[in-house]
Write a protein that binds this ligand. Structure first.
Ligand code: FAD
Ligand code: UDP
Length: 379
């Protein structure tokens, strides 16, 4: 009855479902949560404030194709995301930039540093902190140490439980030092929020006569893999399966559990118009939480009162109701993932796709692009 079964209704699953349905395929989505949207899901809280239930999501991309594909299902509201770091009560722009340097050092020292940096790297350049630390110049080294200690060490410790050099360098390189005077968390050409929220975007994307969705359905209960054959509800399924859950779970963790970080969110509501100056404040030197998000500042919602969220990071424990949010990228874990990926390759019509299934740190635009490319190849 179905050409394709997709496990998961997050970006990976929903984008694939829509693209394949548009190409004439009949698609069934199995989603274990009671809603679509995966971690991008949003909903109004008890006070009517639109919150991001699984952490703040800001859309940004350099891909016009991705922007336009998702734009079929939402009106984009331009939004330029700014973040400040609370460094011992002083608020400095993050990514650390030329304005941050001027806030931290006196005028002469700041000018000297800026001149040196621009001479060495060029204006508007983004330099990963681990790379900046390797610079031989004494002044640049001192600056790099300041940024390392006051922006990265404690935040990374809270987020990952390790020092910045102990995780894949691409992780801290997501937030480089940027030699610019323009504050902003992202530098992408398109930066926007879906005007009615992510959940509505997903509802529109999945509203198609050839897409059926079963919520509250764990694929582990109805899909079985055996000797190169896939069974759905005990009957061999010869169509395509796109799996966007955890790769280790699909194979009963036969090589051991893939490590993930989970998150715990604390929401607070205040009867005042504004809680903080920016939508997100990172706590880079103190507190146990990593950041505070104030949703109204990000969604543009006009409402009385405001809701904020404190974000705590912790190790994910398999077989609990914890949610695996982030793959912990290092050589050992990547090698373990490869073993599961090799097992999956024994199933001709099985595709692993998404943050969990591919054990990757995808942003929303990147996984949308990947899903569109996969579907293009499949049809
Ligand atoms: P998911 O969204 O995790 O979807 C997977 C789905 O599969 C889930 O709904 C899950 O319930 C379901 N599932 C898993 N196993 C099973 C099973 N066995 N049976 C049935 N269903 C199953 N990206 C950005 O671009 N900008 C941001 O600002 C941003 N902020 C983020 C903030 C946080 C806190 C986090 C964690 C991520 C953020 N991201 C952001 C990344 C973004 O969330 C991901 O790119 C996106 O969610 C990936 O989609 P996915 O489909 O791969 O995974
Ligand atoms: N990071 C940091 N301090 C900051 C911001 C980021 O140490 O103020 C590091 C930290 O290791 C984090 C990584 O850079 O996990 C990537 O940050 P990003 O904001 O992209 O993380 P995400 O929003 O995906 O959680």
């Amino acid at each position: 009855m179905y050409d394709v079964i997709i496990v998961g209704a997050g970006y990976a699953g929903a984008v694939s479902a829509r693209r394949l349905a548009d190409k004439g395929k009949k698609v069934l989505i199995l989603e274990k949560r009671n809603h679509i949207g995966g971690n991008a899901f949003d909903e109004p809280d008890d006070y009517g404030i639109l919150i991001h239930t699984y952490g703040p999501h800001i859309f940004h991309t350099n891909s016009k194709d991705v922007y336009d594909f998702l734009g079929q299902f939402t009106k984009w509201m331009p939004y330029h995301h700014k973040v400040v770091g609370n460094v011992y009560g002083k608020f400095i722009p993050i990514p650390f930039n030329l304005n941050s340097i001027r806030l931290v050092y006196d005028e002469d020292k700041a000018n000297n540093l800026i001149e040196k940096l621009i001479k060495e790297y060029g204006r508007e350049t983004a330099i990963p902190i681990l790379q900046l630390r390797a610079n031989k110049d004494e002044d640049i080294k001192e600056l790099a140490e300041y940024v390392y200690e006051n922006v990265f060490v404690k935040y990374t410790g809270k987020q990952w439980g390790v020092k910045p050099h102990e995780i894949d360098e691409a992780v801290t390189a997501r937030v480089p030092v940027i030699l610019t005077e323009e504050d902003g968390y992202f530098t992408d050409e398109y930066q926007a929020m879906p005007s009615e929220g992510y959940t509505e975007l997903f509802e529109k994307m999945l509203s198609h006569p050839s897409i059926d969705i079963r919520l509250n359905t764990d694929a582990g209960d109805c899909i079985k893999l055996e000797d190169g054959h896939i069974f759905f509800e005990c009957i061999e399924f010869n169509g395509t399966v796109i799996y966007t859950g955890m790769a280790d779970e699909l194979f009963d963790r036969c090589f051991g559990a893939l490590p993930y970080r989970s998150l715990r969110f604390e929401f607070e509501h205040y009867q005042k118009d504004s809680y903080q100056t920016e939508a997100v404040v990172n706590y880079t030197v103190n507190e146990d939480f990593t950041r505070i998000t104030e949703f109204k500042k990000m969604t543009g919602q006009q409402a009385e009162g405001t809701t904020i969220m404190k974000e705590y990071s912790l190790n994910f424990e398999p077989d609990t109701d914890m949610i695996p949010y982030y793959a912990i990228l290092n050589d050992e874990n990547k090698a373990l993932y490869k073993k599961y990926n090799a097992l999956a390759a024994n199933y001709e019509n099985l595709y692993l796709l998404g943050r969990l299934a591919e054990y990757k740190y995808y942003n929303m635009d990147a996984i949308t692009k990947k899903a569109l490319e996969l579907c293009e190849r499949m049809v």
